[in-house]
Write a protein that binds this ligand. Structure first.
Ligand SMILES: NC(=O)c1ccc[n+]([C@@H]2O[C@H](COP(=O)([O-])OP(=O)(O)OC[C@H]3O[C@@H](n4cnc5c(N)ncnc54)[C@H](O)[C@@H]3O)[C@@H](O)[C@H]2O)c1
Length: 304
């Protein structure tokens, strides 16, 4: 099959591109390298340097997606705090990119678009594990824009005859994650501190828990969502491990001395109910963090 990945030079997108190529598919990528990196590029994919958020680029976008069987839409600015500091820039980038790619897909009669959404749409959910039918409560411009993208996907599937499905990822980790990370993942912060012989900084009591999901499982979920006959009508589906770890537990896995710092406003706990993904996509997570962290530490030269 022929697929196009938007945001394919980023952390998750580049892992998806590599996976699709390994699976024998032909892959094109649209990325403007705003946060994506040239070193993430796969020599077997074709890259188009296009800003998706600019409506004048619609002809270029249509040209790039011509002839593909489906589009994976990942391009976005995924930074919660920065979206709070720069709501207008984020609004333009994250919402217009989604509308432009949906419009291009519908005009080019692309069969299906799989949209990358986020568990951040739930805000500080008190219902755990969180189900797709639970109340959404975005508490940042970024989360609001991710939610709006889901709504756009559903509306386009109803009125413009394009199949869509939205995947709500829980905290994603894995190869090519940025040490200065978009999400400043806790293990990236800890890794940098270990590399600089500094104590690991634990916010608050360290009992906040996250549902960490490996990027290879996210890539698999995307391809399943593209191919499943059971979806395509704007469904939203949680993609999360279904178990979580505390910051204290991650610190223990990373090793070394720790130091407490002030807490920030953040959800106490995230935890996915992933039964819908299991049922509709026949997806199940396969990587557990305890097995991954030792290889991560080794790749960065961090001793135990
Ligand atoms: N990393 C996570 O834990 C996580 C969790 C939930 C959802 N997501 C979603 O997954 C997607 C990918 O996230 P990531 O962590 O890989 O981020 P990333 O910043 O590494 O990748 C985003 C990519 O999109 C590109 N891009 C951004 N705006 C663009 C535009 N206007 N035109 C063309 N390209 C553009 C960037 O250059 C970059 O390559 C995002 O949609 C994000 O909201 C990520």
């Amino acid at each position: 099959m022929k697929f196009l990945v938007t945001g394919g030079a980023g952390f998750i997108g580049s892992n998806l591109v590599d996976y699709l190529i390994e699976e024998g598919h032909t892959v094109k990528v649209i990325d403007n390298f705003s946060t994506g990196k040239k070193e993430n590029c796969n020599s077997n994919a074709t890259y188009y340097d296009i800003d998706l958020s600019n409506e004048n680029n619609l002809p270029l976008i249509k040209n790039a997606i011509k002839g593909v069987n489906g589009v994976f839409h990942l391009a976005a600015f995924p930074r919660v705090q920065k979206s709070i500091d720069n709501p207008l820039i984020f609004e333009k980038n994250n919402t217009l990119s989604t509308v432009n790619i949906l419009k291009a897909c519908s005009e080019m009669k692309i069969k299906r678009l799989v949209y990358s959404s986020s568990s951040s749409v739930y805000g500080n959910s008190s219902k755990l594990p969180t189900k797709e039918i639970d109340q959404v409560n975005p508490i940042s411009p970024y989360a609001m824009q991710k939610y709006y993208g889901e709504v756009c996907c559903r509306v386009y599937s109803v009125i413009y005859n394009i199949e869509t499905v939205s995947l709500r990822y829980f905290n994603v980790y894995g190869d090519k994650q940025n040490l200065d990370g978009a999400y400043a993942l806790v293990m990236c912060i800890f890794a940098k501190q270990r590399m600089n012989n500094l104590p690991l900084t634990i916010r608050g009591d360290g009992n906040q828990r996250r549902d960490f999901t490996h990027v290879s499982d996210i890539a698999k979920a995307n391809l399943l969502a593209m191919q499943s006959k059971k979806v395509g009508n704007g469904e939203v589906i949680n993609i999360g491990n279904g178990n979580n770890r505390s910051v204290n537990e991650i610190a223990k896995m990373m090793g070394g001395p720790t130091r407490r710092i002030d807490s920030v406003m953040e959800p106490k706990e995230t935890l996915a109910d992933n039964s819908k993904a299991k049922k509709l996509l026949e997806w199940k997570p396969s990587v557990i963090i305890e097995e991954w962290i030792p290889s991560y530490k080794k790749s960065l030269g961090i001793s135990d």
